[in-house]
Design a protein around this ligand. Structure first.
Ligand SMILES: [Fe+2]
Length: 220
């Protein structure tokens, strides 16, 4: 890469320097402690509460209602509800009093890739979850083995949010940092090189993926 990190916007930093510079938060001991909550809009808080408590075994953790959003002051009357997992992290919803349906995705990939993954104890528990969900009329995909890293099942909540229950197969699954930086650099460099040379970045990335899969066997 010919351009320097300083001459580029923050969103396009050189991959080798991402997160590692002296000015980074991690160097100051600032890393978020855990997931506190993810929040989504629901149009049916009763069905949502039934799903997350009775079917997913979470505890109703907390509720708030107000006629105004405290952070922005916007006049959106709402009911806010949090469901608690075993580690204390939560999934939260807002039911607003008068909200039209959300806009549809522009491509089905958004609906496949955007998802929330919750952790299960082990592969046996993943199978117990699958049986339990299916007993309750929930359609389940999997279990899928993700290259020996994790094993997962997939399903949807009543709001259409794609959910995953997963368990690590590799105990170090979230510690592959060095390989991660190498992969990140390969992806970003491939895309930028293609752009510089006036080639199609999408085709260059697909070729790179195919090359990597050939090197590492059928599943990459
Ligand atoms: Fe996932």
């Amino acid at each position: 890469m010919s351009t320097t990190a300083q001459s580029r916007p923050a969103s396009a930093k050189r991959p080798g320097t991402i997160g590692k510079t002296a000015g980074g938060a991690m160097a100051q001991g600032l890393t978020p402690r855990m997931l506190n909550h993810l929040a989504y809009v629901t149009h049916d808080v009763a069905a949502t509460a039934d799903f997350y408590t009775r079917i997913l075994g979470m505890e109703l953790a907390s509720t708030i209602f107000d006629d105004r959003v405290p952070s922005t002051g916007e006049n959106f009357p709402y009911f806010h509800i949090f469901f608690r997992m075993a580690d204390g992290s939560t999934i939260a919803f807002f039911e607003c009093t008068d909200l039209p349906p959300a806009a549809k995705s522009t491509h089905p990939a958004y609906d496949t890739f955007n998802h929330v993954a919750m952790q299960a104890e082990n592969p046996a528990e993943i199978r117990r979850w699958k049986a339990w969900l299916e007993q309750n009329g929930v359609e389940v995909l999997g279990p899928i083995d993700h290259k020996g890293l994790i094993e997962s099942i997939y399903f949807h909540d009543p709001n259409g949010i794609r959910l995953e229950l997963t368990t690590p197969l590799d105990p170090e699954w979230n510690r592959h940092t060095q390989q991660g930086y190498a992969d990140l650099k390969l992806w970003v460099d491939t895309k930028e090189k293609a752009k510089r040379e006036g080639r199609d970045p999408a085709k260059a990335l697909i070729d790179m993926i195919h090359e990597a899969k050939k090197r590492h066997g059928r599943d990459g």
